[in-house]
Design a protein around this ligand. Structure first.
Ligand code: MG
Length: 169
């Protein structure tokens, strides 16, 4: 049995904040304004994973009103989401992500970011190279994303059930 999940996230870009994408630090004059470390890609991936197993969203799991998550490394959110996916009896088949950034070019970092996602998930599943895709695009100068005032991420995941249901009767 398969399940799909979709996750979206956006954060405003402001000075004097780190810019993290998929756990990789990007050199930039601005970073994500957020309660946690503001990693849009990890947040969108968590939402895709929670969504695929019908387990709410990242805001329910890690409310931004909770002081425990102030400045939190988003890798721990991903660990919790992966743990929940595994407990539900699923594995990740593939991840397809798009990061929306206008002025800052991810370029060659796309591969590094994809490799880091595989590394973060490696304690749970050994995902092959071609199962984790990170793409980048601009917002064609439209809206806040297109003015370089924000960063966005879209993530789709496919999960497959690995624990067979017990036969009845
Ligand atoms: Mg977020």
């Amino acid at each position: 049995m398969y399940r799909t999940g979709l996750g979206l996230d956006t954060h405003r870009l402001v000075p004097d904040r780190p810019l993290l994408v998929g756990g990789v630090r990007i050199e930039a004059p601005v970073g994500a304004d957020a309660h946690s470390d503001g990693d849009v890609l990890l947040h969108a991936l968590c939402d895709a994973l929670f969504g695929a197993i019908g387990s709410g969203d990242i805001g329910e799991h890690f409310p931004d009103t909770d002081p425990r998550w102030r400045g939190a490394a988003s890798g721990q959110f991903l660990e919790a989401a992966a743990e929940e996916v595994r407990s539900a009896g699923y594995r990740i088949v593939n991840i397809d992500a798009t990061v929306v950034l206008e002025k800052i070019k991810l370029g060659p970092l796309k591969r590094e970011i994809a490799a880091n996602l595989r590394l973060l998930l490696n304690p749970y599943w050994a995902l092959p190279d071609d199962a984790v895709s990170v793409k980048a695009k601009t917002n064609e100068r439209c809206d806040a994303l297109g003015r370089g005032e924000a960063i966005g991420a879209h993530v789709a995941v496919l999960l497959e059930k690995v624990v067979l249901e017990k036969a009845t009767g």
